[in-house]
Design a protein around this ligand. Structure first.
Ligand code: PEP
Ligand code: MG
Length: 565
C-alpha cells in the first residue's frame, strides 16, 4: 500500500505511530415530537436537572484535570460552568422549550446558534466555540442518557482522530496509551493544542475535511513537528517516527562537543509541570512563572502555601537550580481579585515588577518571605530568584532592597531565611541597552525573548497579524540578545534565556555561539535541545553567530541557519 500524507498544524514537536480510532461523540438526535405533545413544564424541569448534573460532572473533571495536568488547564472547566449558567443561553433554551421543543432539542438548537456566532467572530473567540460545543454535547448526553465514548481507556497505540476534541475530551486521554491525536479543526492556541503540549502528546490540528477520508483502524504516523499525518506509512517512515519518538532522554547535564557545559532547564507554571520536567531530563527549572499560583482562584496563596510550592520544586531536582520569577501580573495575565486598572495598552502599563513595587507591595512581601524561607530549606541553596520586566536600575535596586529588608524582618522574628542568588529578566529594550549597568548588581540575567521581541519590534505577542515582525529571528532581536550577553563580559554574571526561542532546537547552535550559559524551555523540547548542544562545537557556533549578526533581514538569518544546520 502506498503512503498518503495529509497536512495540518503540528502542535507538539513529537512523533507517534499507531492505529486510528475515530472519535465521533454522538450528538445526533431523533426528530422531535409535535409541539403540542411536549409538556413544557416537565421539559423545563428536565433541563434544570440536567444542568445541575452537568455542573457536578464539570466540578469533578476540573479536579481531575487540576491534578493530572495543572490548574491553568483545569480553569477551562470554570468557563464551561459559566456557559452552563449564562442567562442569555439559558433564556434561549427556556424560550425554545416553551415554543414546543423537548429539552435536548432546545439545548441543541440554542447552543448551536451561539456556536455559530462565536465561530463567525473568528480568532480567540472562535476557539471558544469549542467550549460551547462541549457544554452542548454534555447537556444533550445527560438529557438523552447517551453513553459517552470512553476516551480514558483506549487500546494502547491509539491515534485519536476527530472532527474536534474539546477540553474535556483531551483531558481524558492517557499519554501512556494514546500515540497521538489529529483533528479536522483547531489552531495552535486551541485548548486541544495546549493540552497536547502539557501531556507531551504528538498532535496535529486543523487538517481539514480531507481527514474524514481516513478510516478507522488505518495505520498512521503523527508528526507533530511538521504537521504531516501519514496514512499507511512505509516501514522506513514508521522506523524514523519511532526513532524520533524514542528520543534519547539524558538525565545528566550536557556539554558541547568541545566540553562546555550548558544548563538545560524547564519552564514551569504549576507544580503539575514538575513531573514532565523531571521525566524529560531537565537539569532544573529556569523559569517558575509564579503568577500561575495566583490565577484561577478567589484569593492569593498565603506565605505557607507558596513556601511549600517553592520547596516542592527544589526537591524535585537533585541539586538542580530552580529559578523562581517573582509575580508577573498584568499584561495578558489578569487576576480577577486584584482589581487591575483598565489600561488601553496593558503590555505597556502596570505589569511585573512595576506592580510588585507599587499596588501589589503586600503580595510581593508575602512572596519574598516565602522565597527567603525556601532558600533556607534543605535544598534551598539551589534557589535563585529573578524580577520580571525590569527597565530601570532603580527598580532593580528597590527590588533587591525589599529582599534585604524583609530578610532582616525575618531575622528579627527568629525565622530561618537566606538570601538566594539574585537576577533579573532582560525582556525590555531598556534592560538590554543598560545591561552593562545592571550586570554588577546581579548574579544572572535571564533573557525573556517573548517580551523582548514584542517590545524591540513593537509587535504585540500573540497578534497573528504582526507575528512575522515579532519573530525572535528578527536581526534587531538578535542584536539585543548579543548586546545583553556582551555586557556581562568581565562580570560575575551568567546569562540564561527562558523565552520560547530557547526551546527551538534549530537555534541551539546560534544561542551557544551568542554565549548563553543556560537555556530554559517547555519540558517537551528539553531532549532535542540537549541533543543539539552535544553536537555543537563552540568555535563553530561563535563563527555562526558572527555571521548571523551581520544579516540585515530575518530571511537572511533563516538562510544562514539553514545552510549551517
Ligand atoms: C518572556 O517574556 O520571554 C518570558 C519568558 O516571560 P513570559 O512569557 O512569562 O512573559
Ligand atoms: Mg515576559
Amino acid at each position: 500500500m502506498t503512503e498518503r500524507t495529509l497536512s495540518g498544524i503540528g502542535v507538539t514537536p513529537l512523533s507517534g505511530v499507531g492505529t486510528v480510532v475515530w472519535y465521533r461523540p454522538d450528538a445526533d438526535l431523533p426528530e422531535p415530537p409535535a409541539a403540542e405533545d411536549v409538556d413544557a413544564e416537565a421539559e423545563l424541569a428536565r433541563f434544570e436537572d440536567a444542568r445541575a448534573a452537568a455542573e457536578d460532572e464539570l466540578e469533578a473533571e476540573r479536579e481531575r484535570t487540576a491534578e493530572r495536568v495543572g490548574e491553568e488547564e483545569a480553569a477551562v472547566f470554570d468557563a464551561h460552568v459559566q456557559f452552563l449558567n449564562d442567562p442569555q443561553i439559558t433564556d434561549g433554551v427556556t424560550d425554545a422549550i416553551e415554543g414546543g421543543l423537548p429539552a435536548e432539542h432546545a439545548v441543541q438548537e440554542t447552543f448551536s446558534e451561539f456556536v455559530e456566532q462565536f465561530e463567525n467572530m473568528g480568532g480567540r473567540m472562535g476557539e471558544r466555540a469549542d467550549d460551547l460545543r462541549d457544554v452542548r454535547d454534555r447537556l444533550v448526553r445527560v438529557l438523552s442518557d447517551g453513553e459517552r465514548v470512553d476516551l480514558s481507556s483506549l487500546p494502547e497505540g491509539s491515534v485519536v482522530v476527530a472532527e474536534r476534541l474539546t477540553p474535556s475530551d483531551t483531558a481524558q486521554l492517557d499519554p501512556e496509551r494514546v500515540a497521538g491525536f489529529v483533528t479536522v479543526t483547531g489552531g495552535r492556541t486551541s485548548h486541544a493544542a495546549i493540552f497536547a503540549r502539557s501531556l507531551a502528546l504528538p498532535a496535529i490540528v486543523g487538517v481539514g475535511e480531507e481527514l474524514q477520508s481516513v478510516e478507522d483502524g488505518a495505520e498512521v504516523v503523527v508528526d507533530g513537528e511538521s504537521g504531516d499525518f501519514v496514512v499507511d506509512p512505509s516501514d522506513e517512515r514508521k522506523e524514523a517516527a519511532a526513532a524520533a519518538a524514542d528520543v534519547d532522554i539524558r538525565h545528566e547535564s550536557v556539554e558541547t562537543a568541545d566540553g562546555v557545559e550548558i544548563e538545560i532547564a524547564a519552564n514551569i507554571g504549576t507544580l503539575a509541570d514538575l513531573g514532565p520536567a523531571v521525566d524529560r531530563g531537565a537539569d532544573g527549572v529556569g523559569l517558575f512563572r509564579t503568577e500561575f499560583l495566583f490565577l484561577d482562584r478567589e484569593s492569593p496563596p498565603d506565605e505557607d502555601e507558596q513556601y511549600e510550592a517553592y520547596v516542592e520544586a527544589l526537591e524535585s531536582f537533585d541539586g538542580g537550580r530552580v529559578v523562581v520569577r517573582t509575580l508577573d501580573i498584568g499584561g495578558d495575565k489578569p487576576v480577577p481579585y486584584l482589581d487591575l486598572p483598565d489600561e488601553e495598552n496593558p503590555f505597556l502599563g502596570e505589569r511585573g515588577i512595576r506592580r510588585s513595587l507599587g499596588p501589589d507591595a503586600d503580595l510581593f512581601e508575602t512572596q519574598v518571605r516565602a522565597l527567603l524561607r525556601a532558600a533556607a530549606s534543605a535544598d534551598g541553596a539551589n534557589l535563585s530568584v529573578m524580577l520580571p520586566l525590569v527597565s530601570t536600575v532603580e527598580e532593580l535596586r528597590a527590588g533587591r532592597e525589599r529582599f534585604e529588608s524583609i530578610a532582616a524582618d525575618l531575622d528579627a522574628e527568629g525565622v530561618e531565611n537566606e538570601l538566594p542568588e539574585f537576577g533579573i529578566m532582560v525582556e525590555t529594550p531598556a534592560a538590554a541597552f543598560m545591561a552593562d549597568q545592571f550586570a554588577p548588581h546581579v548574579d544572572f540575567f535571564s533573557i525573556g525573548t517573548n517580551d523582548l521581541a514584542q517590545y524591540v519590534m513593537a509587535a504585540e505577542r500573540g497578534n497573528e497579524r504582526v507575528s512575522d515582525l515579532g519573530d525572535y529571528r528578527q536581526p534587531a532581536v538578535l542584536r539585543a540578545i548579543d548586546a545583553t550577553v556582551s555586557a556581562t563580559e568581565g562580570e560575575d554574571c551568567w546569562v540564561g534565556m527562558c523565552g520560547e526561542m530557547a526551546g527551538d532546537p534549530d537555534l541551539t547552535e546560534l544561542l551557544v555561539g551568542l554565549g548563553l550559559d543556560e537555556l530554559s524551555m517547555s519540558a517537551v523540547t528539553v531532549p532535542q535541545v540537549k541533543a543539539a548542544v552535544a553536537e555543537t562545537d563552540t568555535a563553530d557556533a561563535r563563527e555562526l553567530a558572527e555571521r548571523v549578526l551581520q544579516a540585515d533581514t530575518k530571511a537572511e538569518v533563516a538562510e544562514i541557519l539553514t545552510l549551517d544546520q
